[in-house]
Design a protein around this ligand. Structure first.
Ligand SMILES: C[S@@+](CC[C@H](N)C(=O)[O-])C[C@H]1O[C@@H](n2cnc3c(N)ncnc32)[C@H](O)[C@@H]1O
Length: 268
């Protein structure tokens, strides 16, 4: 894990992961085709938010989920009690940089909002490659945090976001890893690499979605508030300004929200 996990493991944060998975489901699962896949490796499964969606959408899947954190896995075992009981899901505490798995011939792998948190994303992808069967497919959805923008221009919001990402970088995370996915997959040995930049771009044409995305992102920003204050990276004044900019953007008729994440797929 990056030296300290930027979001933390409190209940509020674990609930945020479940809300996030539901909120982004229509986007993240666009183009995910696991209809005829049996054994799936989910790397960095967290509290099981994606695991549950995967089980619901693809009834034939058997999922092995790994995560490094005890706290996440404890919550996952409650959240996924039905799936665990039926034997569809198996959870294990593992560092994705040193995977020791129960099989080495997975049909597919699923990695979502994860590589940003590890010091060595290349090592993770090399490990996934090793544990896929020939022809096995990997689906990755990752952040590209540099792309966040809000109109009206919101300097305190962007300054806070810079500090958020710079802290993550200092903690040996990779807040812009989405931009590197093509390089990382190639260096791991994958073939048929496809990288898609997927924008969230909302303006006065879709005011409800715009407002929902501003709120959703604001929660992400606030998830690091405590750490950023502890590290003296942001002041209470900056936070106050940022909050008022978000309020202005929410009320302004012509505000714009923009962020891109990156979807990559590849095969062994
Ligand atoms: C943002 S959460 C994403 C969880 C899940 N993929 C989702 O979309 O809800 C990132 C997860 O990565 C886990 N993690 C961080 N470093 C790890 C590592 N080296 N090996 C395995 N899991 C790790 C954290 O414990 C956390 O649960």
């Amino acid at each position: 894990m990056a030296q300290k996990y930027i979001h933390g493991f409190e209940k509020k944060e674990q609930d945020r992961l479940i809300a996030q998975a539901d909120f982004l489901e229509p986007y993240v699962y666009q183009g995910v085709d696991l209809e005829f896949t049996k054994n799936l490796l989910e790397v960095g499964c967290g509290v099981g938010a994606q695991t549950q969606i995967l089980c619901r959408r693809f009834p034939k899947l058997q999922i092995d989920g790994i995560d490094l954190s005890d706290a996440q896995l404890k919550t996952a075992s409650k959240y996924l009690s039905k799936e665990l009981k039926s034997g569809r899901v198996h959870l294990a505490q593992q560092d994705a940089q040193k995977m020791r798995l129960r099989r080495s011939d997975y049909d597919a792998a699923f990695v979502c909002w994860f590589l940003e948190h590890v010091p060595d994303p290349l090592l993770v992808l090399k490990n996934v490659y090793k544990n896929l069967k020939p022809g096995g497919k990997i689906y990755i959805s990752e952040v590209f945090n540099h792309t966040l923008f809000m109109e009206p221009y919101s300097p305190a919001y962007l300054k806070y976001w810079f500090e958020f990402n710079d802290l993550q970088w200092e903690l040996k995370g990779h807040p812009h890893v989405g931009a590197q996915l093509g390089n990382l997959l190639k260096a791991s040995g994958f073939k048929n690499i496809n990288v898609e930049i997927r924008p969230f771009h909302f303006d006065s044409r879709e005011p409800e979605k715009r407002s929902a995305f501003i709120d959703y992102f604001f929660d992400i920003l606030l998830s690091a508030e405590k750490k950023l204050i502890e590290e003296k990276r942001v002041s209470p004044e900056l936070i106050k300004k940022m909050k008022s900019e978000v309020e202005i953007a929410k009320k302004s008729k012509n505000s714009v929200f923009y962020y891109s994440y990156v979807r990559a797929t590849a095969t062994k």
